[in-house]
Design a protein around this ligand. Structure first.
Ligand code: SR1
Ligand code: MG
Length: 407
């Protein structure tokens, strides 16, 4: 019989004491369950005198956001832990360290990041993160390159991919991102005020054609080990430092999916900013900063990825002239398409974002929802024609009438 059960706070404290080099035997430890995500329990165990703390993250056998009617495999805790270990090996300064784990109890004990802020919250508050694009560009380039057929032994890659078969979590993405928003679905969640937008999505066959192409790539294109859910709630930041957490959706998929997740979430915050700042000048500054950041994420990723390719390529055929440019152009186009899909799902699908939903004024919130949908749809529609980060920005400008520019 399985020993699995949800941990109590007392058990979490007992576990924390077993981690070597953290707490003295006399330490007075306290524990809080701080999980506010959709899927897991998160215990923070703190030594009251030294304020040292660690995190114990435990999966529950269902989607917390919905309840026990939506069962989910506990295997995702093992997948998340192994993804964290790989990502930490490739980017030690950008990923929390794993101290211990139990696959049976589906928990991972890891470094606490209590001095950091969840990026989504920081962006809502108008904070600036000048190092973020450089950090996430490096995270994306290194994790995607070194787990792809370009950067790792191709037989070993197939073995590794076998350990990251993640059907339950992929199914969430396949349904919530690539299907529900375009159908009548009990999972969907949007206010009556934008029911016209949801209806338009259901009737927009050219848009659905583009989504079908992106969905097919998500289903079949095992290009590299993805984080799988790289939104701004999966990133802890300070102005100087960045840490990527929560890779439980990890699987081998198209690189553009991770890059698009980052860009789409920056653009969701861009669309939401009028709800967080009425001051015209400050609003323009924040929005310009977000657009610069979105473009820089791609530019930093691309520059670093090209460097790794030139230095550490293992695939002889990939040295063929022109192939690197072609490959990266496809990744950019995928990223733009996935960014758009991610924006659309956060407005009409099951799981939303605080950037938009917590805007107090109903009319400003509605405008932000419509703006996010307009950007998302435009990115999806035109993703196959994009050739640069500048083209991505042009698509965003085209959804703002006074900034209309032709692509
Ligand atoms: C049922 S889980 C809903 C969403 O939360 C996660 O963060 C993923 O984005 C997922 O789609
Ligand atoms: Mg998560």
């Amino acid at each position: 019989m399985s020993a699995y059960h949800p941990l109590t706070e007392e058990e979490a404290i007992d576990l924390a004491r077993t981690i070597p080099g953290h707490f003295t035997e006399q330490a007075r430890l306290s524990c809080r369950e701080i999980g506010d995500g959709n899927l897991n329990l998160v215990f923070q165990v703190t030594d009251e005198s030294s304020a040292q703390s660690i995190i114990i993250k435990q999966a529950v056998p269902y989607a917390k956001v919905v309840g026990e009617s939506w069962p989910l495999s506990l295997n995702r805790a093992r997948i998340e832990r192994q993804a964290l270990e790989i990502q930490h090996r490739l980017c030690p300064d950008l990923v929390p360290k794993v101290y211990a784990y139990s696959d049976e109890l589906a928990y991972t004990i890891m470094e606490d990041l209590s001095e950091y802020t969840i990026m989504r919250k920081g962006l809502i508050d108008g904070m600036s993160y000048p190092r973020f694009a450089e950090h996430i560009g490096r995270f994306l380039a290194r994790t995607l390159f070194y787990t792809s057929d370009l950067g790792m032994n191709q037989q070993e890659k197939k073995e590794l991919a076998g350990r990251f078969v993640n059907p339950d979590l992929c199914k969430i993405t396949e349904d919530l991102i690539f299907e529900d928003p375009y159908r009548h679905s009990a999972n969907n969640n949007f206010p009556d005020r934008i029911a016209d937008e949801a209806e338009a999505l259901r009737n927009d066959l050219p848009l659905q054609f583009e989504v079908a192409l992106l969905r097919e790539k998500f289903l079949t294109h095992g290009q590299a080990l993805l984080h799988g859910d790289l939104h701004t709630g999966s990133v802890f930041v300070t102005p100087e430092s960045t840490k990527v957490i929560d890779p439980e959706f990890a699987y081998f998929g198209p690189m553009g999916f991770d890059i698009g997740a980052v860009i789409g979430n920056l653009l969701l915050n861009y669309a939401a900013q009028p709800g967080w700042n009425g001051n015209g000048e400050e609003l323009s500054t924040r929005q310009a900063r977000l657009l610069d950041m979105a473009a820089e994420v791609w530019n930093r990723f691309e520059a670093e990825f090209r460097e790794l390719w030139d230095k550490d390529l293992v695939d002889e055929m990939a040295k063929t002239p022109g192939y690197q440019d072609y490959y990266l152009r496809q990744v950019l186009r995928d990223a733009v398409g996935y960014a758009g899909c991610k924006m659309i799902r956060r407005i009409v699908g099951l799981a939303h974002v605080a950037d938009i939903d917590q805007i107090q004024d109903e009319r400003i919130r509605e405008t932000a929802q419509r703006q996010a949908l307009a950007i998302g749809k435009r990115l999806v529609r035109h993703h196959r024609n994009v050739n640069s980060a500048e083209d991505l920005l042009q698509l965003v400008y085209q959804t703002t009438p006074e900034k209309e520019v032709s692509l």
